[in-house]
Design a protein around this ligand. Structure first.
Ligand SMILES: NC(=O)c1ccc[n+]([C@@H]2O[C@H](COP(=O)([O-])OP(=O)(O)OC[C@H]3O[C@@H](n4cnc5c(N)ncnc54)[C@H](O)[C@@H]3O)[C@@H](O)[C@H]2O)c1
Ligand SMILES: [Fe+2]
Length: 388
């Protein structure tokens, strides 16, 4: 059989400064009058949610709020949100926040029409029925969850970050308003920015890359190269924030229609065990893993290097590849992102004790199998040690 590309995207995306003001009109287009807003405690306190609720109410839409979503949302968060959804009699979910509230809303959405427990849907294409519509409003310019068919939910008891991949997780609509990202502290801008870059890179070098995802991935990489440093240095600069918000959306769209690879595969176990922010653990692994994978897709890595401005057209692919690894290392330094060992967030003894479990969990997630070079458990252990 020929290779068939499946491409999914939100049916409607409103992208640009002030797009959040279109939310009431968008909800009305669904013919819906009662919604549940899913967010976290930061946005409850910041006043953003009050503003949104007021604008919905003025448009005749009633809303309740579920704000008990923690960073790296847990199964418990999802089940509590589901109870709130049922008691609120809502017909649509509006997710406001970073990847955590958006992923929690996606998981709640599918549990309305598919039986629990959520764990049974871990992996690929296991969700039978469409959920209720989700409108995703990202605030981090990072995960791209507003344009992905992925939700990452942590099973705290098992110490596993579950990756669930299914077209039924694609939000019905996305509202990408870069002004919402301006309040991010600098370190968060750095972590989510490198997460976005990792999405672009992994989508492009994946064994599942294809003619539809490739140009989107390259545009994501290009936008990060042009805008991340400015967004980090000048948080209020419109152009940089807008560039990063589009990069994040494109990164999500690219990887969800191609795949992520070894960086994400190895990052999830680190995040689950040491409670590291998703982008932070990705960033610390990225240069080491690019170096390991280089010879599996040298031409593509060389193109990434040139797109980021790390090397010139006249550089050979080998030289561009080396410059990419060096450039990514320097990028981390310039954004104050440390290595695993110098981060102060990991106990060395515990790290060594869980190395093999992390390597096995990484492989069993399926992501490393899309990498240009597929590592063994021992090689993954070695890569964690190198990134230390
Ligand atoms: N579904 C996907 O496709 C996908 C892709 C990559 C990552 N993820 C998942 O997304 C989660 C991480 O999401 P994230 O990195 O966007 O962060 P997050 O949603 O976990 O938020 C992290 C912290 O930043 C705060 N925050 C968010 N936006 C802010 C803003 N504008 N101003 C100030 N503070 C703000 C939040 O309140 C929170 O305290 C992880 O669980 C990760 O596994 C999902
Ligand atoms: Fe990611």
């Amino acid at each position: 059989m020929e290779n068939i590309i499946q491409f999914n995207a939100p049916a409607t995306s409103l992208i640009g400064g002030g797009a959040i003001n279109q939310l009431p009109k968008l909800i009305k287009e669904f013919g819906i009058k009662t919604v549940l807003i899913v967010t976290d405690s930061y946005f409850m306190k910041s006043g953003l949610i009050d503003g949104i609720s007021t604008s919905l109410s003025s448009a005749g839409i009633s809303s309740s709020v579920f704000f008990d979503v923690s960073p790296d949302p847990s199964l418990e968060n999802v089940y509590h949100g589901l109870e709130k959804f049922i008691s609120s009699k809502a017909e649509l979910l509006v997710a406001v926040g970073g990847g955590s509230p958006i992923d929690a809303a996606k998981a709640i959405s599918i549990l309305v029409n598919n039986p629990p427990p959520l764990n049974q849907y871990m992996g690929y294409h296991k969700i039978k029925n469409a959920g209720i519509p989700v409108i995703a409003v990202p605030t981090t310019s990072g995960t791209g969850s507003e344009a992905t068919k992925v939700a990452v939910i942590t099973d705290v008891q098992m110490g596993v970050k579950m990756m669930i991949f299914d077209k039924n997780l694609m939000p019905a609509a996305a509202i990408v308003d870069y002004h919402l990202a301006k309040s991010m502290p600098r370190d968060l801008t750095a972590y989510v920015g490198v997460d976005t870059l990792t999405h672009g890179i992994e989508a492009f070098i994946s064994k599942k890359s294809n003619p539809l995802s490739d140009p989107i991935a390259l545009s994501c990489i290009n936008l990060v190269g042009k805008n991340l440093a400015s967004a980090w240095q000048f948080p209020d600069e419109n152009e940089a924030r807008e560039g990063m918000s589009i990069a994040a959306y494109q990164g999500g769209l690219a990887f969800t229609n191609s795949s992520v690879c070894l960086v994400h595969g190895m990052s999830r176990p680190l995040g689950a065990i040491f409670h590291l922010a998703h982008g932070f653990s990705n960033a610390m692994l990225l240069p080491t893993i690019v170096s390991f994978s280089l010879m599996g897709a040298l031409e593509k890595y060389a193109l990434i290097s040139r797109t980021l401005g790390f090397s010139k057209l006249s550089d050979s692919d080998e030289s561009a590849g080396t410059k990419l690894v060096n450039g990514l290392t320097e990028l981390n330094k310039s954004l104050n992102i440390p290595s695993l060992g110098t981060s102060g967030k990991l106990d060395k003894r515990k790290f060594e004790m869980v190395l093999e479990k992390m390597a096995i969990d990484a492989l069993s997630s399926g992501s490393p199998q899309n990498n240009p070079i597929i590592p063994t458990v021992d090689e993954i252990v070695n890569l964690y040690q190198k990134a230390w």
